[in-house]
Design a protein. Structure first.
Length: 727
């Protein structure tokens, strides 16, 4: 039985909860150490007081280390706002040289160390939290081998705790910024591999430089000089890659920092914070555009023109706002324009649209109809720029995506090329507006599924030839019945295996030995998912909420394949021991399984004058729940008056006139979550869910006085986004 050593900055919830989690994994031999102590156990974990572990994260890391012999293992959810895409897949016994993105891993609490490695290098936790990132990077560089496990270890990684509200840094915290920048710079100096050092300087050090420069306004004179001096050293020693892709305003600050021109740099920082620079229009010289920022015409200071040249600022801004089918023709509406260049007439800009297949760069050119869109100008909120004629409408018949040799799997991305004022830019358009654009209807053509969205709701057109199709979902006493077809010739006979898998790819439940009946080119199967097993598996998931996918292992194939839903497949929902089990389809048409505590589900959302009204199911297991609207950082909340009747609920409220101590006022700018509080527990806030039909038909933004209110989707959950005062 392994022994776990725990270093905790403060006793309390983190330690108690960690011990409870480890006890569930049958790990009871635990020693708690103060900072700086030498661990005597087999493994070591570092916890902050606010950390809360997922039920299985540490166990998965421990299993990885036992199998690989690596020095440490890091867990990554791979889906959170700060996740590193390169770390969303498993890497066993690797190093930062092989996976440079390892150095981007900044979660000390999501790391399990082999204690022998700790003792061998006589490691000690830094006294200052600001130095932890550099400490972790140095340890990763020392390690002979590292395991990356795409499983969340803390609840924050799993997305169950929101960050704190954004606020200004105090002077003592700014000293931490300076300390962190200096230690991260020392790490850069210690990296011998040139490519790895470039990666560190670009993705870790450069963002810290930006934070330091932005923080100058709150620093005293001595700290300001110290910050600028260190920024100057970083920029002097690093190559031009640190500034590659920086916008003109950032390049100006870098230029002044290199020259240690603190007063001039402060002038730029203060003007930026006051919003003065956003009111300036671009200046054209020849075929180039320049930002009209401070000191541009100051001959004595002589800042080179190249510093002010606009590049990224003139990029394509685009979004798909609506997607629909007419027969077998796919129609799209959206907008595309260049930043800081007017699109005030149909002739001011030229827009070209194409669908490009990722696999082989095949291209389908699309017709473009220009559309008047005053709302794009209003939403941009940029002084003096007009994007009224940035809208487009286009269409493509599904058969245009079929190759000469018939249908083949492929993902087609929408590419927009916009030309204006001598500038030409291209980009892939993946952003979608809430509602139907993010959850468009799917279409089956000649037995092939055309899917106009990705699994995460970004825009793309997938030609889906996946062989396993679910044709029926039924409920029986012992479980959920999944019926389907294998629509592809198999290379060998045998039985199939149905797998319930996590987003990380690990298996939750397996139903083996499924007979595949019928002819070789068309075989059927039936599988039963035991309700009790699903309910039990959910308790091992973060927040006791299981969100899984279905995959099938076919005879003769080494890789499993996802299951897709047949047209017209109805969702199946049932309850077991206070949990709701839901078997249905994702926005991408794949089969998904969820198992979570029963909670209200919105089935209709609409504006009635200035009143937002939501209605839907109120299950028996939701007794004692209350509905609230809460700010994203959970610092403010408002209880919503709810009417219940016959297992249904209705809630109506006016977000433009909520009661406060100062009278009825609009909700403040920002994101407000619609949440459920269970059984009066203050800490137990869960997002209010919505069904797929509602999420595909969310109402457009609603304006009340000077503010806009937009009900949007955030991962199958509802959020109310409140805009700033427009005047």
């Amino acid at each position: 039985m392994p022994r776990i050593s725990i270093i905790v900055l403060a006793t309390g919830h983190a330690l108690d909860q960690c011990a409870a989690v480890l006890a569930r994994q049958r790990v009871t031999d635990i020693e708690v150490l103060p900072r700086g102590a030498t661990p005597t156990g087999d493994y070591l974990v570092y916890l902050r007081p606010e950390d809360e572990l997922t039920p299985r994260g540490l166990a998965v890391l421990m299993e990885a280390l036992e199998a690989s012999g690596s020095d440490l293992a890091v867990g990554t959810g791979g889906t959170g706002p700060g996740s590193v895409p390169a770390l969303s897949a498993s890497h066993r016994a690797t190093t930062p040289l092989a996976v440079p993105a390892l150095l981007e891993h900044g979660e000390s609490s999501a790391t399990l160390w082999r204690a022998a490695f700790w003792r061998r290098h006589d490691l000690r936790w830094p006294d200052q939290p600001a130095l932890e990132r550099a400490f972790l990077a140095r340890a990763l560089l020392l390690a002979r081998a590292v395991d990356v496990v795409p499983e969340p270890v803390t609840m924050a990684q799993a997305g169950f705790h929101e960050g704190r509200a954004t606020r200004s840094l105090r002077t003592d915290e700014l000293a931490d910024v300076a300390d962190r920048l200096e230690t991260l710079h020392e790490v850069a100096r210690s990296i011998g591999d040139e490519e790895l050092r470039r990666h560190w300087e670009t993705v870790v050090l450069e963002p810290e430089v930006r934070i330091a420069l932005t923080s100058l306004g709150g620093a005293d004179a001595d700290l300001r000089t110290r910050l600028v001096e260190r920024v100057g050293q970083v920029l002097d020693e690093a190559g031009p890659h640190v500034e590659a892709g920086a916008k003109a305003l950032q390049r100006l600050k870098y230029h002044l920092a290199r020259r240690r021109l603190v007063p001039e740099l402060m002038e730029v920082v203060k003007a930026e914070r006051a919003g003065e620079l956003s009111l300036l229009r671009a200046v054209r010289k020849g075929r180039s555009y320049y930002g009209d920022y401070p000191f541009r015409t100051d001959r004595e200071l002589a800042v080179p023109d190249e510093v002010y040249r606009l590049d990224r600022e003139l990029g394509v801004r685009a979004r798909v706002d609506d997607v629909w089918w007419e027969g077998d023709t796919l129609h799209l509406e959206g907008f595309a324009h260049l930043g800081q260049l007017d699109a005030d007439t149909p002739r001011a800009t030229k827009v070209r649209l194409e669908l490009v297949r990722q696999a082989d760069d095949a291209v389908v050119k699309l017709p473009v109809q220009r559309v008047h869109r005053q709302d794009v100008t209003a939403d941009a909120r940029e002084a003096g720029y007009c994007y009224d004629w940035s809208g487009f409408r286009t269409s493509v018949p599904a058969t245009a995506l079929r190759g000469r040799n018939g249908w083949a799997y492929g993902v087609w991305r929408l590419q927009a090329t916009v030309s204006a004022g001598g500038v030409r830019r291209s980009r892939l358009v993946t952003a979608t507006a809430p509602g139907r654009a993010g959850r468009p209807p799917l279409r089956e053509v000649d037995g092939v599924r055309i899917v106009p969205t990705t699994g995460r709701g970004a825009f793309a057109v997938e030609v889906d030839t996946l062989p396993v199709v679910v044709t029926g979902l039924h409920l029986r006493e012992d479980g959920l019945v999944v019926e389907g077809e294998v629509r592809r010739r198999l290379t060998q006979d045998g039985s199939g295996r149905l797998l319930v898998v996590r987003p990380s790819g690990s298996t939750v439940l397996e139903v083996a030995g499924l007979p595949l009946r019928g002819t070789d080119g068309h075989r059927t199967f039936t599988a039963v998912l035991p309700l009790a097993a699903l309910r039990g598996a959910a308790t091992d998931e973060p927040g006791s909420e299981g969100r899984w996918a279905l995959r099938m292992a076919l005879p003769g194939r080494s890789r499993t394949v996802p299951l897709r839903a047949a047209d017209g497949l109805d969702e199946l929902r049932t309850s077991v021991e206070g949990f709701e089990v839901d078997l249905g389809r994702t926005r991408h048409g794949r089969i998904r399984v969820t198992c979570a505590a029963e909670r209200p589900v919105v089935e209709d959302a609409r504006w009635l004058d200035d009143i937002l009204t939501l209605s839907g199911r109120w299950p028996a297991g939701a007794a004692g729940c209350r509905l609230l609207v809460a700010s994203r950082d959970a610092s403010r909340e408002l209880a919503l008056p709810t009417t219940l009747s016959g297992g249904r609920f209705t809630v109506s409220f006016a977000p433009g006139a909520v009661p406060t101590l100062a009278g009825a006022l609009p909700l403040t700018q920002g994101s407000w979550r619609l949440v459920v509080r269970r059984n009066g527990e203050c800490a137990d806030l869960r997002p209010l869910a919505a069904d797929a039909v509602t999420l595909a038909s969310l109402p457009p933004a609603h304006h009340i006085g000077a503010k806009s209110f937009h009900l949007v989707e955030d991962g199958q959950e509802l959020e109310l986004r409140v805009g700033p005062d427009l005047f």
